[in-house]
Design a protein around this ligand. Sequence first.
Ligand SMILES: [Ca+2]
Ligand SMILES: [Ca+2]
Ligand SMILES: [Ca+2]
Length: 570
Amino acid sequence: METTKAKIVCGEMLLILVLAFSIPSVSLAAEDIWTAKADMPTARILLGTCVVDGKIYAIGGGPAPHMHSSAVEEYDPETDTWTRKAPMPTPRAGLGVSAVNGKIYAIGGAERSIGTVEEYDPATDTWTRKTNMPTARGFFTTNVVNGKIYAIGGATDTSGPAFRTVEEYDPETNTWKRRANMPEPRYFHTAGVVDSKIYIIAGSWQAGTASSAVFAYDPASDTWERKTDAPTARSWQSPTAGVVDGRIYVIGGDAGPPDADVEEYDPATDTWTTRADMPTPRGALSTIALNDKIYVIGGTVTLFNDVLSTVEEYYPNPIVVDFNGDGIVDIKDLLRLIDSWGLDDPMCDIAPQPFGDGVVDALDLELLMSFWGQPVDDPTLIAHWALDETEGMDVSDSAGNNNGYALGEPIWQPDGGKVNGAILLDGVDDYVITGAAPNPADGPFSVFAWIQGGAPGQVVMSQMNTANWLCTDSLECNLMTELQAAGRSGSPMISQTNITDGKWHRVGFVWDGLYRTLYVDDILVAEDTQKGLESSFGGLNIGCGSNSAAGTYWSGLIDDVRIYNRAVKP
Ligand SMILES: [Ca+2]
Ligand SMILES: [Ca+2]
Ligand SMILES: [Ca+2]
């Protein structure tokens, strides 16, 4: 008997460990949303990326110093999966990769430059040799304007010096043509296209240098123009820069130690904005935009010693219309918008897209109404357990990758929930365990759940071995939280609102970086300030306390548990 119990405990511990370390983490910030994605199969630096038919192709690069890869790996953002494809005939790093009319061109590269051009057809998974580029080089950029590829700058090896060379490739005729040189030599720079102009940003002119200069090239007139410098000088850039909503994002790279800086360039106004850092600092990476998101792929943290397979998705300008975070756009969101009418409320200032205009008015109302009754795809919703299962242990997270397990044999209530089905917990040993939760110290976040039942001292949601996030106090059954600042300055917050009257209630905790707030049925029931929230990394328990103590198990129903990486304001 003892042995069996020990085995079960052991199994649960293992499950907890596996969950705690296998789940991608999510970085939290007010507007800049970074999400960890499935690793690329082959860790690489100095690779090239492009998009064909909604899929990203990561081609070539170096798996280690002075080793060159022929790897072709296809990433599908819809399913977050990677597929290996036919290898590139000529292995190389520091190459240019661009797509025209559904075909991909792998151009040049190094070490010791080669001018090789090979065409990849994703439809047939085959490679074809094409005309070499006139000036063999690597560490340059390629961009497409009006069906032609522009290969700009570069060097013959990593120690430079750089070229000013610009060559235009026409895939239709398989021919190369020389164009006007750059004003200054560059390699390890990045480049993005906005309105048929190519913007060359940052890079080196010789080994150990880093530039912040910006040059705009207009292929139509074959002319160059200097633009406003970037705030940060850097090198070891991605050969492609992500462009979203007409703005160019310069991400990571190196001017000394590899950095995590993200800077946004708006060619329309020739101005720069500093954005939130990326989670993993790195250089010699590749960045590529797809569907308003930028995928940051591979690279290295120490220039060549730690080559990464890391993929992080950056969503710079998310559109959020489900203001109160309940999964539907309805009268409650409309009332929230009307509340902010005429004011500069960033949450409701959603139009004109993508940046708003500093006032909530008819434009914002019109955009909100266009989402009325539509399915909500909220990029700030990082975990959502609908709890609509009908049997078994698996508990699905429909928003993130944080699937959980139901332990203690709770009873699924497919017809007995607030939003479709719910889970009925027995108050003895039933609960749901999930993988790593967002770290409360990382920035604004919100957690909401529907509950029915409960008793004094019971817990709706907690983080393993740290805090009870949503629970009832042991005397009055009022909603409370133990999410608090570290050390002596922190204390639990207890509301005066009883939630165990047998009715359904929507309970919520919101942290906006300064204030913590408790909500019951979208009404604010407690609020105070804290000096940050204590850092913790554990997985989550739905329906039992952080220490799994007897008496903390929820007796009743729990439904529709949601975590957002923003401060939801019902
Ligand atoms: Ca809503
Ligand atoms: Ca507006
Ligand atoms: Ca449900």
